[in-house]
Design a protein around this ligand. Structure first.
Ligand SMILES: [Mg+2]
Length: 380
């Protein structure tokens, strides 16, 4: 059985997040971030592999504003590498094939659009192997759970944060993450929540080391479960390690380049919580490697997931391998339409008992929101 056809889709589904329309001057950092307060649609870059006997595997690649570039990487380099390749039949064969691809692409960097593209293909290969064995992916991985607490990952609001936090709290979410830089917003959110309610804040790398230390002292009273990506550049492991000494748990990982990047973070004691992102780090294969490595260094893993396509389900399957108290991240927004039932934002997500990822998009919804499409086929 070989990979006969690869289809690449960019979808953009409208959403709302109960925020006031914001026309303020956005910083460059905000414009390119998925939590951008002016966004009204969210994109998903999906990869569909079809074998010569009609089996289908779905994957998702990162993402958001870089999608046109990742799309191009899939169409021109990464997708073509896999066309005509024998479909892996087990985990070892997936590892071998992904290793070959990584070796082939190594001059193009260990992160960025080429790695994002490869992540999408990797997820699709795991979906195919699950289907070949008629097993849901979590079973193939040796995971046990199928039901997960979801944590509400709020978009950036910049005002009325107390109202938005309380909305999520009253809807039954068991943990909330903010995307606010101003310490006052975090303190305000904490003031309306029970003292021990898990609250995280993701600031998306705004501070120098000195500024981060100052802000971390101010945040001490907020009893944070973690402070995410406080320092720029995000992978400055020595600065992160220094900041950790203040005592607030530090989380990072969505911008770490590959498994070796995580190893550098672990060796240097840079983080308390590792946040690999399935559609960026190298797919499910790389996620498994990061989880194994984190175990060796006794670091907690809490995957990054700002996805709603195959990447969300892939992350849920991976969570089945982690402790019960690790929650699934999902963007706290309301969709105009649902691609599949689990996409609806609720405090719990339950995986279906179907083979592979279980990603079966509603055809009509899917077709309505395609903004870019390409098919590449194997020439015999
Ligand atoms: Mg983040």
């Amino acid at each position: 059985m070989i990979i006969e056809k690869i289809e690449i889709y960019r979808l953009a589904i409208p959403f709302h997040a109960n925020r006031d329309i914001c026309t303020s001057n956005l910083s460059a950092q905000e414009i390119y971030n998925a939590a951008n307060p002016e966004l009204k649609k969210m994109e998903s870059l999906l990869v569909k592999l079809t074998t010569n006997n009609g089996l289908i595997g779905w994957g998702e690649s990162f993402g958001h504003a870089i999608n046109p570039v990742t799309f191009n990487a899939l169409e021109t380099i990464v997708g073509r590498f896999f066309l005509g390749k024998k479909v892996p039949e087990d985990i070892t064969q997936i590892r071998d094939l992904i290793h070959q691809a990584k070796y082939a692409f190594h001059p193009f960097g260990s992160g960025g659009p080429v790695m994002f593209a490869l992540s999408g293909v990797d997820i699709a290969l795991w979906d195919l192997v699950g289907k070949l064995h008629h097993k849901p992916l979590y079973q193939l991985l040796g995971g046990k759970r199928t039901e997960f607490d979801v944590y509400a990952s709020l978009v950036s609001y910049g005002n009325k944060i107390d109202e938005h936090v309380l909305r999520a709290y009253h809807e039954g979410f068991k943990a909330i993450k903010l995307h606010e830089i101003d310490v006052k917003d975090t303190q305000k959110a904490r003031s309306v929540l029970p003292e021990d309610f898990p609250l995280m804040v993701d600031v998306n790398c705004p501070w120098s080391e000195q500024e981060a230390i100052k802000q971390a002292y101010l945040l001490q009273s907020a009893n944070l479960t973690w402070l995410e990506e406080p320092i720029f550049p995000p992978n400055d492991v020595l600065k992160l390690a220094n900041l950790r000494k203040i005592g607030i748990p530090i989380a990072a990982g969505e911008n770490v380049d590959g498994v070796q990047g995580f190893e550098q973070h672990f060796i240097n004691h840079a983080i308390d919580i590792a946040q690999p992102s399935v559609a960026k780090v190298g797919g499910i294969t790389a996620m498994l490697d990061v989880i194994d490595l984190a175990k060796m260094y006794s670091i907690k893993v809490s995957p990054h997931c700002f996805y709603y396509g195959a990447g969300l389900l892939a992350t849920a399957h991976i969570l089945s391998l982690l402790d019960d108290n690790i929650k699934l991240e999902a963007p706290y927004i309301q969709w105009n339409d649902l691609l599949y039932p689990q996409m609806e934002f609720k405090p719990k997500l339950t995986l279906a008992d179907t083979s592979g990822l279980g990603f079966e998009p509603n055809k009509e919804v899917f077709e309505r929101y395609i903004i870019q499409y390409k098919k590449i086929e194997y020439n015999h």
